[in-house]
Design a protein around this ligand. Structure first.
Ligand code: G3P
Ligand code: MG
Length: 400
């Protein structure tokens, strides 16, 4: 195939044709796939709330002609702020495919593991969206958003008079707020833990009120006391949205809070971070994908309900080398990491520190190699989008 044709026809069909030719070594395998896919969201599927990199088309390829899911996949994001069911509905709207709540794994999803410990305790939930609703859906019975909690303490935020949005936000958020938690209780009850559910909105107020809670054993305005625990859904320093360069993430907020707290308290801040790159997140995603396959293919479990097979390959498609790629690599088999260039990573070659298993070949570059060796071996070139990632996976797995 001539160079000219390649450059001229920089479009999908050529790419997927090349791929199918490169991988057409096996017969089409009907039935249960031995692979699954985990999609990062920010920088891979969406920028802000706009699809990127042909993500709607890429996802449609994972569904059969009858609209049923054919290839098991999950969204594995460090983001959050809304209950999984609500986020699944929103993603279905944005991407034009049917996403079920079990396919949405968010940064705060592991907070479910802490319900037993704090079920009946007063806890404060921080971040954009509906952090208190997220926590009460998990079973925390006395979770207040920091908006609601702060509204109980007059003058706790000296800058509030300069902020147009704060006043009525609190009452609006959790209509049951007043009934379930009379103000006096809030003023007298110790906060047992703080949960940073999603990216904080009002940093100055949030840092002030969190320091008040953490410094005083959970009773703002009182004496210094033992620090209640604080949990972060992720520790991303930066992430990609619509603005050309990365935006500060929850990790930047954690650094700001920690450095201030450590200056005003005798002991350093103790905290726990969840989210990618922790291998536990990838291990949990594998379990969720197995359950998904079991719901799609009834031969996943034999009559003794033992798993008849496990995944040969699980693909993590991410845009952040230090989070998505590092996590998949740390977790190891069966994870295979693919890096796209639509988000945090914008490099030409592979990432020097957290190199992906495959940085999808890009036509301009690949033509030099096509005559040298089949595409399958091109694993260190950069290309752009999640759609090319899916094409590569489907061709490699002969599932297209
Ligand atoms: O706030 C979310 C952001 O930190 C990263 O999200 O989807 O790229 O893991 P995501
Ligand atoms: Mg991302």
């Amino acid at each position: 195939m001539s160079f000219h044709l390649l450059t001229k026809a920089r479009n999908r069909t050529v790419f997927s044709y090349l791929l199918s030719r490169a991988f057409s070594h096996g017969p089409q395998r009907p039935g249960r796939p031995s692979f699954g896919i985990a999609f990062d969201i920010d920088g891979v599927i969406l920028l802000g709330n706009s699809p990127v990199g042909g993500s709607p088309g890429a996802l449609r390829k994972l569904y059969g002609a009858d609209g049923g899911l054919k290839i098991p996949y999950v969204f594995l994001t460090n983001g959050g702020g809304f209950p999984e069911a609500k986020r699944a509905f929103e993603l279905s709207q944005l991407l034009g495919v049917n996403v079920s709540p079990s396919q949405v794994l968010q940064g705060h999803s592991p907070f479910k593991q802490l319900v037993k410990r704090f079920e009946n305790d007063l806890v404060v939930a921080v971040g954009k969206g509906e952090p208190a609703a997220v926590m009460s859906e998990y079973g925390f019975r006395h979770a207040l958003s920091i908006d609601e909690y702060a509204s109980c303490f007059e003058n706790i935020d000296p800058l509030a008079p300069y902020k147009k949005w704060t006043s009525n936000l609190a009452t609006m958020q959790n209509s049951k707020f007043n009934e379930s938690f009379p103000r006096n209780d809030v003023l007298s009850k110790r906060v047992q833990a703080a949960f940073i559910v999603s990216d904080p909105v009002d940093w100055s107020r949030d840092i002030q009120v969190l320091c008040d809670i953490l410094k005083t054993g959970g009773l703002p305005g009182r004496n210094v006391g033992p620090q209640p625990h604080i949990y972060f859904a992720n520790d991303d320093l930066e992430y990609q949205t619509k603005f050309p360069s990365e935006r500060l993430g929850m990790g930047a907020f954690r650094i700001a809070l920690e450095s201030i707290f450590n200056r005003i308290h005798p002991h350093c801040l103790e905290y726990t971070c969840f989210g990618k790159p922790h291998p536990s997140v990838f291990k949990n995603a594998e379990i969720v994908l197995q359950k998904l396959v079991a719901s799609l293919y009834d031969d996943f479990y034999d009559k003794n309900h033992d798993k008849t097979s496990s995944f040969k390959t699980l693909y993590m498609i991410g845009d952040n080398p230090a989070v998505d790629i590092r996590g998949a690599r740390q977790t190891g088999h069966p994870w295979f990491s693919i890096l796209t260039r639509t988000g945090v990573f914008k490099g030409k070659e592979n990432h020097d520190k957290f190199s992906a298993d495959l940085v999808i070949p890009c036509l301009e570059k690949s033509h030099k190699y096509v005559n040298l060796f089949p595409l399958a071996l091109l694993s260190f070139l950069v290309v752009d989008t999640v759609e090319e990632a899916v094409d590569y996976i489907l061709a490699k797995e002969c599932a297209s």
